[in-house]
Ligand binder design. Structure first.
Ligand code: URA
Length: 235
C-alpha cells in the first residue's frame, strides 16, 4: 500500500495532507525518514513514526479506555467534555466509536473501534455479551434486593421484568451486578426497581475482558487479538 494511502487509512488526514506530512520529513519507517509518499509497503504489522510518535498499522482499531467520571459518550456533548477528547485525534478522525454508552457519572471499561460488526457483536441484545458493574448504593443492600435483581424487576415505564445475569453483595452498600442488555440507565433503573438507588457505578468487565488494573482514569490501551477473543468467544 502506498505510504500516503496507508497514513490516510490510519486517520492522518486527506491524501494531500498525508502527502504533505511525508514530504515535510515528518514520517519515518524502520528508523529512516521517508519523503516519498508513493512508496509502497506491506501494511500488516507496519510500524511507523510520525512526529516522534510510533504507530502500528491496523486495519481496524480496538481500544479500551478507563472512562473517568464527568465525560459524556457523545461526539457532541451537552454539559461535559466528550470521551473522544481523551483519544488521539487520529483515532477519532479514522472514525472509532464508543461500543455502547456509559452515563457521564459512570466510570470504568469503555471500548472503542471502527469495526462495525464488532460493535454489533458487543451491543446486540441477541448476543447477550455480559457487562459487569460494581454498584455503590445509597442504602444498605439486603437479601430481598439481591433476590429481586436476580429473579426480575419491572423497570419504571416498562411492562416486562428484567433480571440480572448475576448479582452478589460485595459489602454493605456495594453490589457486583452483571447484565446482558444495553438499555438507557439500565443498572440505575434496575437497582431503583429493587428498592434502592445507585450512588456510584463502575464497569469492571465486558465479556471476559477486565478493565486493566494498570489503566488510570482517562488512560486508554490498544487491544490485541487475545483480548478481543475474550470478548467474542464468550458472546
Ligand atoms: N447502566 C446505567 O444505569 N448507567 C450506565 O452508565 C451503564 C449501565
Amino acid at each position: 500500500m502506498e505510504l500516503e494511502r496507508m497514513l490516510r487509512s490510519q486517520g492522518f488526514g486527506s491524501r494531500a495532507e498525508c502527502r504533505a506530512l511525508v514530504c515535510a520529513g515528518r514520517v519515518s519507517i524502520n528508523g529512516r525518514v521517508c519523503t516519498d509518499a508513493s512508496l509502497a509497503f506491506e501494511p500488516e504489522g507496519l510500524r511507523f513514526v510520525v512526529d516522534g510518535v510510533e504507530w502500528c498499522y491496523c486495519r481496524f482499531a480496538y481500544l479500551a479506555l478507563h472512562k473517568p467520571a464527568g465525560y459524556e459518550c457523545s461526539r457532541h456533548p451537552g454539559h461535559h467534555p466528550s470521551v473522544y477528547s481523551l483519544l488521539p485525534w487520529q483515532l477519532v478522525a479514522r472514525g472509532v466509536q464508543a461500543v455502547g454508552r456509559l452515563d457521564q457519572d459512570t466510570t470504568g471499561l469503555l471500548l472503542f473501534t471502527d469495526d462495525g460488526p464488532f460493535i454489533h457483536h458487543c451491543t446486540s441484545p441477541r448476543k447477550q455479551v455480559p457487562k459487569v458493574y460494581e454498584v455503590t448504593t445509597r442504602e444498605s443492600v439486603d437479601d430481598a434486593q439481591v433476590d429481586a435483581l436476580l429473579n426480575g424487576v419491572v423497570l419504571h415505564g416498562e411492562a416486562q421484568s428484567l433480571s440480572a445475569a448475576a448479582c452478589s453483595r460485595l459489602d454493605d452498600r456495594r453490589l457486583r451486578l452483571t447484565v446482558t442488555l444495553g438499555k438507557y440507565h439500565l443498572v440505575k433503573r434496575m437497582v431503583a426497581a429493587a428498592g434502592n438507588s445507585v450512588e456510584g457505578l463502575h464497569r469492571v468487565a465486558i465479556g471476559g475482558l477486565l478493565l486493566p488494573a494498570s489503566l488510570s482514569p482517562g488512560q486508554w490501551v490498544w487491544l490485541g487479538s487475545g483480548e478481543l477473543r475474550c470478548l467474542t468467544d464468550r458472546g
